[in-house]
Design a protein around this ligand. Structure first.
Ligand SMILES: [Zn+2]
Length: 163
């Protein structure tokens, strides 16, 4: 029996006290990584990802641990201020070449307008924004820096403002 699931090409590991999503093979710039799948809600939570103006994808309740790893592994994708992935629609794409065992990260301010659980980023990148609490709280200059990576629903918002 061949087992294929949405997680093919990725693994969830625990390193430095945190769960991390890592690539298991190489991905070139622009290649599709994986889709996000789950329960649609208007209320953001700690683990949800925003996929529309007032739409968030969250984990449905009552799932088995296997299902968490095979279907909802995307929720282990951590934030970075210098990420290697971006959300387009409901799929993640590589922003630059990704090597096997490299962690997959995205900038939470590129999908979330106002986060349910803001946090202080310690990614150590030169481009670190510090407190990550959602796009709503970014300055005009910071929004411009994020623009190339912005999810469609936030990009639409920026484009309206600039018109
Ligand atoms: Zn940071």
């Amino acid at each position: 029996m061949t087992a294929t699931n949405a997680r093919d090409g990725f693994a969830v590991v625990r390193a430095g006290g945190e769960f991390r999503l890592v690539a298991q093979r190489e991905f070139s710039t622009g290649s599709r990584l994986f889709a996000v799948d789950g329960h649609l809600t208007e209320t953001p939570t700690r683990y949800s990802v925003q996929v529309g103006a007032e739409i968030h994808l969250d984990l449905p309740g009552g799932h088995a641990p296997e299902e968490m790893m095979d279907r909802f592994f995307w929720r282990f994708t951590n934030h970075s201020c210098a990420p290697n992935a971006q959300l387009r629609g409901r799929e993640f794409f590589a922003l630059r070449p990704i090597e096997p065992w490299q962690e997959i990260t995205f900038h939470y301010d590129t999908t979330e307008y106002e986060m349910a659980e803001p946090f202080d980023c310690r990614c150590g990148e030169e481009s670190c924004f510090g407190r990550i609490q959602g796009f709503k709280f970014r300055t005009a200059a910071e929004r411009e820096l994020l623009r190339p990576m912005l999810a469609d629903h936030l990009l639409a918002m920026v484009n309206v403002v600039h018109r």
